[in-house]
Design a protein around this ligand. Structure first.
Ligand SMILES: O=C(O)CCC(=O)C(=O)O
Ligand SMILES: [Fe+2]
Length: 500
């Protein structure tokens, strides 16, 4: 029995959060195809009805002109003829067109139910998507001039991805304003400048996509741009180029300010243990852009094997997950993947503890699948959940279910294999990986004493093009604490012995 107060919950329709993932946006595109097909049919019926009604009404106007509304009009034989002709010939057409409209009442109900049952993006969704574009520019330095020429190009990777619909000056203004309102001032200033460059007076009415857009005049854009430039330099001067709440370019826009010595210093790198939060964010950004922050003395000592160990605590493993044939993983992401033990030159003691952990992975029904749409990211964090030793997330398996970028279902050529986006990066390790379908990243979140190892803080970089699916499987300490060997290879050396 469902308790009375929760019964209504079952009746409530589920409305997907539309701006959050490619999965939901693809759903929106499919729903829009259905809606517009119905609208097209409705528009044709309406236009046919409008034509009939206009003809009928103008025939009536002729009778009005001849005095049909006056008493005794129909007593004239030719008037009687004209009136009868008007109704007898015209009315069947009127009736047919009204019937055609009323036959579409189901289609109208379907269209009117869209917001309630299937979800329609709101102004907030639009601001989120615009903010996502601003974030992508912040991370990957998009070439905004190329964007106007139907090419999406990042400064990180020169390969262009064709754009089907280029942004108008109004769009650039909206994205710039969204960026400024989120304190992403570097992107805000750049997008607003691009809007000004593209402003040609008629820009706002140039495209049908803009017909429902609010009018903005040039003065507004200039004002917002000037204000954003000022705040940009003030924030940079006071708070530096990046914090949890803001971002700016590395140097001020004002040329005099930009000459200051402090803006010409080489960026420092802090590795090996937890540093300041803002330093972590800067390193996260650089890693997202594909840099490797580790010194050559470290990288040159790494094994050249495909299953590479980056540090004592983080490894990547190839081909850990394989798709079950014929099962659409995007619909059943939680259960359509199975684990299989890794192959490749993994050190023996890793193999031993991995074998056990992976058995745990495949036995457990509990894995968390996550889909990131364009701009989707996960800022720097740690996976432990402050539960203390028992029950905390001792080990993270992060399985990549897709390559990023990938050949998504678009008519455009797939983006270049070196395009940035979607990496998983570890700021204090100084390295990151690009998702590879089927491979897995594995790291310990705690040391053997159960203390969180903060060096493995990590983040997921925003997806630039494509779609990212990962599956997280956390191995909690609690479930295994009687059996996990303290010394690899010695199963008798358990951390805690059974209570008996
Ligand atoms: O998606 C990623 O690359 C990282 C995901 C992650 O860190 C998490 O879900 O805790
Ligand atoms: Fe995580």
């Amino acid at each position: 029995r469902i308790p009375e107060e929760t019964r209504h919950l079952r009746k409530a329709q589920y409305t997907p959060p539309l701006s959050t993932s490619t999965y939901h946006l693809s759903y929106l595109a499919r729903d829009e195809i259905r809606a517009t097909a119905k609208l097209q049919d409705l528009a044709e019926a309406l236009s046919a009805a409008l034509d009939v009604l206009n003809r009928y009404l103008s025939s009536w106007e002729e009778l009005v002109g001849a005095g049909v509304e006056a008493e005794g009009f129909a007593s004239h034989p030719l008037h009687a003829y004209a009136l009868t002709k008007h109704v007898s010939l015209g009315w069947p057409h009127v009736e047919a067109s009204l019937r055609a409209l009323s036959n579409r009442s189901q289609a109208i109900d379907f269209l009117l139910g869209r917001t309630r049952t299937r979800g329609v993006p709101t102004g907030e969704d639009l601001a989120t998507v615009a903010g996502g574009l601003a974030r992508l520019h912040d991370y990957y330095s998009l070439n905004l001039t190329a964007l106007a020429h139907a090419q999406l190009v990042s400064a990180i990777d020169a390969h262009p991805v064709p754009v089907g619909i280029t942004p108008t000056a109004l769009d650039l203004h909206r994205i710039g304003s969204a960026a400024v309102s989120h304190n992403v001032l570097n992107s805000g200033v750049d997008f607003l400048r691009a809007a000004l460059d593209r402003w040609d007076g008629n820009a706002s009415s140039a495209r049908s996509l803009d017909v429902f857009d609010a009018r903005v005049d040039l003065d507004d854009v200039v004002k917002t741009f000037k204000k954003a430039t000022k705040i940009h330099d003030q924030l940079l001067e006071k708070k530096g180029s990046r914090s949890k709440l803001h971002s700016t370019h590395a140097s001020p826009l004002n040329k005099t300010l930009a000459r200051k010595k402090k803006y010409h210093k080489k960026e420092e790198v802090h590795l090996g243990n937890l540093g300041a939060e803002t330093q972590g964010m800067k390193q996260y950004l650089r890693l997202c852009r594909g840099e490797d922050l580790r010194p050559v003395s470290t990288t040159s000592r790494l094994p050249a094997a495909t299953s590479c160990r980056w540090t004592r605590n983080v490894v990547t493993l190839e081909e850990v997950v394989t798709p079950l044939r014929g099962r659409p993983w995007s619909d059943r992401a939680q259960d359509s993947w199975r684990g299989r033990p890794p192959s490749g030159p993994t050190a023996d003691h890793w193999r031993a503890s991995l074998g056990r952990a992976l058995r745990e992975v495949s036995r457990s029904p509990w894995a968390v699948a996550v889909n990131y749409g364009v701009g989707g990211h996960f800022s720097v964090h740690h996976d432990h959940v402050h539960l203390g030793l028992v029950k905390d997330r001792m080990l993270t398996f992060l399985m990549y279910l897709t390559d990023v970028p990938q050949d998504i279902h678009t008519p455009y050529p797939p983006p270049s294999p070196s395009a940035p986006g979607g990496r998983t990066v570890f700021p204090w390790v100084g390295a990151g990986v690009r998702p590879k379908r089927g491979s897995t990243l594995l790291w310990y979140n705690m040391n053997r004493a159960g203390v969180p190892d903060l060096r493995v803080q990590h983040g997921a970089c925003p997806v630039l093009v494509g779609d990212k699916w990962v599956m997280n499987k956390w191995i909690n300490y609690g479930g295994q604490f009687h059996t996990l060997p303290c010394i690899p290879g010695d199963p008798s050396a358990a951390v805690l012995r059974p209570l008996d």
